[in-house]
Structures are given as C-alpha cells and as structure tokens.
Write a protein that binds this ligand. Structure first.
Ligand SMILES: NC(=O)c1ccc[n+]([C@@H]2O[C@H](COP(=O)([O-])OP(=O)(O)OC[C@H]3O[C@@H](n4cnc5c(N)ncnc54)[C@H](O)[C@@H]3O)[C@@H](O)[C@H]2O)c1
Length: 427
C-alpha cells in the first residue's frame, strides 16, 4: 500500500531523544521546526480532504454555525413513536436518496452527509439533494473523513442509527483510481466507526458491503457462509476489508453492526456508471453498446435487484438491529454482528437486460459483443436470501421487466425526452 497515505508514526519521532534535544537547542531552530511541522500537518490534512487527484469534491470547507446547526436539528426531528434519528452517509447517492426518503416518510429523523464528488455527474446528486430538501432532509456537504464535522454532528444529535452508504463504488474504475477506494471505503469507514464508538449513546450501524465479496466463488447461489477470500477487484477487496474492520469495532467496542451485501441495484435516480443506465443512454443516442461475454461465449448474468426491494432490506435491518452495548469508547457486553445478502434470487443475462430495454425504449441497440477483459468483473452473481428472509422479513417483489419499465420512465422524464428537450448526459 502507498506509504503516502499514512502519517509518519509518533514512535519514529520519539525514537532518538538525543537528536531531539540537539535539534531544539536554539530558539531559532525550534521556530524552523515548528514551521516545518505546521507545513507537514497542513499537507497531510489537504491530502485527507482530497484523497486522490482524479475525483473532485464540490466543497472542502464544511460550514458549521448556528444556521447549520438549526438545519441539522430540524432534519433530525423524529415524528413517530419510538422513531429513529438516522445519519445517512452517501445520502446524495442512488441508494442513500431512496433510503433517506423512506425513513423520513415514516417519521424518522434523517440527516445526510455526502461529499458530492464527481465520480459521476454531480448534477444528478444535486437533483437528488433538491428532492430530499423538499422533504426537509438536510444533506451536509462534507467528507466522511472529516472527523470534526462528524464530532459536531454527534454533539448536536444523539443518533440512534447510522446507515452507512457512502463509498467509492464501481468495479472497473478501481484500476484507474485505486486510492479513491482506500480513501472512502477504508479510511472513511474507520473515521466514521471511530466517531460511532466514542459516541454516547453509541448508534447501531447498518452499512453497505457488496455481492462483489464473493469474487471468484463459483458455488451458487451465494450464501453468507460461502468463502469471500478471493476478491476479483480492489473494490471488492475494500468491501471485504470493511466487513473485517466493522467486526473489530463490534468486538472491541460493542458496536451493533449489520453488513448488507447488495446485488446489482437498479432503478429510478440510479447510477450512470452502471450498465443498464449507460445502455439506455447509448441506445437513445443511437450509439453502440459494449456487451461483455464470459469464457466459452457464456453470457454474463446478474441478480438485478430493484431499488425499492433494497430499501425494504435496509429499513428492515435498521428495525431489527440490536443496540450497541458500549458507550464513550468502552464495551459493556457483546453486541450483534450480522451480514445479509440482499438480492433478487433470479439472475438475468445481460443480453436479456438489453432486449428488455429495447422493448421499453422502442429502439434497437447496436450491440458490440466482446470477450470480458480481466478488469474486475465476475461472470455471474446469484443471491441466496433465506437468511434475510428469516431475520429481516426481506422479500423482493419486483422483477427485472417491471423495474426497468419504471427506470426507463424516470430516465425519459429526467433527461427531458418526454418534452422533446434533452438535458445533456455526461458521458
Ligand atoms: N448500486 C449497487 O448496485 C451496489 C451494489 C453493491 C454495493 N453497493 C454499495 O451501496 C452503497 C451505495 O451505492 P450507490 O449505488 O448508491 O452509490 P452512489 O455512488 O450513488 O452513492 C455513494 C455516495 O457516497 C458519496 N461519497 C463517496 N465517498 C464519500 C466520502 N468519502 N465522503 C462522503 N460522501 C462520499 C458519493 O458522493 C455518492 O453520492 C455503496 O457503499 C456501494 O458500494 C451498491
């Protein structure tokens, strides 16, 4: 792992006491040292804020103040008996938006946090934010690595739950920008868990892992007890690491943890980097689409799961999450640690996905079928959801044709095809 990511250890500075005294012998040398240390700290903090050179965040300054606090308090108000106050990370993202709306609708308090990075078109994230703001859900524009903002938030609100969905998603992009995965999925996760463990009361944490942890596993359908030690991408490796990291916080600090392995989530307000979304865009523009084919010409297949079903699984996880047992960083007893698959249990091949889209769009796709390159994709996914069914009452009800019909309807509306005016879609 890149050494730049980490600050030098205090142990190294302390190690040679004689050198230390010699260096600080005169006031002017001490002044120069102080300047040097300030510069070093500033450059480290700026690295933490950006995390990488490819992705840009819309704001690095987290504005707090009386007005900000008022919005946080108002957004976190609970409007039902025994309701929750939930911090949703990645609230301007695809899943985060839908989960936030569902929680708010039933009377829970919701505060969002998102850094609005430009991994995909931030205009879509801002449009989602507008929708959430109309329901009095406030999304703080900050990075989950910003521990000051997190501390301030927990000072203002006694969150009962954290729904952690912020992450660097996407399998192939990990080859282009690996550091962004370490920044959000590892460093960001640890910063968030550090805050949760110190909080008093500690919240219960529900977070998004991924079906990608099954990697090269070829036993189908994938069950939670199957091996997950053969990731096929850095994205998968960071999600697997997340499962281990959350386990340690459960073990040492008594945090209640639920990890959810989502299987290819799709639907309205979805993610432009995903195949169903970019296929739709290209078919409408008359551009060719690239359809990958597995070994020996076998079609790739995915257990596509509709967003409303995923939301039900997330809400069911929050409802059944046992309490964290620690407080202020001290464990007082064992707390639950759970992992669930949230899939649809009926994999569909990519060519079938394309034909459903063609039907809905009333247009033919220009297909460019090529062998799958070794870029992190796996040939198929298929979830066994019996555990989630038993423990969460999870029961997906939307099949791919129904879900894609709803997605296409949203897409045509959002990008202005219905009015004949087409908003630009970032390629
Ligand atoms: N959509 C899927 O098919 C799928 C499948 C498996 C797992 N997941 C996981 O589910 C979660 C939600 O996915 P999604 O599809 O909504 O993705 P998304 O990219 O739409 O949402 C993630 C949001 O997190 C924000 N974010 C990223 N890094 C951040 C940081 N360091 N600080 C603050 N905000 C940050 C992004 O700006 C984005 O709005 C992610 O953890 C993802 O890995 C998604």
């Amino acid at each position: 792992m890149d050494e730049e990511l980490f600050p030098s250890t205090p142990g190294k500075i302390k190690s040679d006491r004689r050198t230390f005294h010699r260096c600080f012998a005169s006031t002017s040398t001490m002044f120069l040292w102080a300047l040097f240390l300030i510069a070093l700290t500033a450059s480290y903090l700026s690295f933490i804020a950006t995390g990488n050179h490819h992705i840009h965040h819309t704001s690095h300054r987290s504005v707090t103040g009386p007005h900000w606090e008022k919005r946080v308090v108002s957004s976190s108000q609970i409007h039902r008996k025994n309701g929750f106050s939930v911090l949703v990370t990645g609230a301007a993202g695809f899943v985060g938006t839908h989960v936030s709306l569902a929680l708010k609708k039933r009377g829970d308090g919701v505060v969002g946090i998102d850094n609005f990075n430009d991994y995909y078109d931030p205009a879509l994230k801002k449009a989602r934010r507008k929708m959430l703001e109309s329901k009095n859900i406030f999304i703080i524009n900050a990075d989950i690595n910003d521990q000051n903002v997190l501390a301030k938030l927990f000072e203002i609100v006694a969150f009962t739950h954290v729904m952690h969905l912020a992450a660097q998603a996407g399998v192939r992009y990990a080859m282009e920008n690996p550091k962004s995965y370490v920044h959000s999925n590892i460093a960001g996760l640890v910063t968030l868990l550090e805050q949760c463990k110190s909080a008093d009361p500690q919240p219960a944490v529900v977070w998004a892992s991924s079906s990608s942890v099954y990697g090269l596993n070829d036993k189908v359908p994938f069950s939670e007890s199957d091996r997950t030690d053969q990731p096929a991408s850095l994205y998968a490796a960071t999600k697997k690491a997340g499962e281990e990291i959350t386990h340690t916080y459960n073990h040492i600090y008594g945090l209640s943890i639920t990890g959810l392995r989502f299987f290819t989530v799709y639907g309205p307000w979805g993610r432009p980097d995903m195949a169903y979304f970019s296929f739709t865009k290209n078919i409408l523009k008359g551009k060719p689409i690239t359809v990958y084919r597995g070994k020996n010409g076998v079609d790739l297949a995915r257990d596509f799961t509709y967003i409303d079903d995923i939301v039900k699984g997330c809400v069911g996880s929050l409802d059944t999450a046992g309490k964290s047992t620690g407080s202020g960083g001290k464990k007082k007893g064992p707390a639950p640690y759970r992992i669930f698959n949230l899939g649809n249990t009926s994999p569909v091949t990519v060519p079938t996905l394309v034909s459903i889209l063609e039907k809905n769009l009333k247009m033919k796709a220009k297909k460019n079928v090529v062998d799958m390159p070794g870029n992190g994709d796996v040939p198929f996914t298929h979830a066994n959801i019996s555990l989630a069914q038993r423990e969460l009452g999870y029961k997906p009800t939307t099949d791919l044709p129904t879900g894609l019909r709803k997605f296409v309807k949203w897409y045509l509306w959002y990008y202005g095809y219905e009015q004949g005016k087409v908003k630009s879609v970032k390629s």
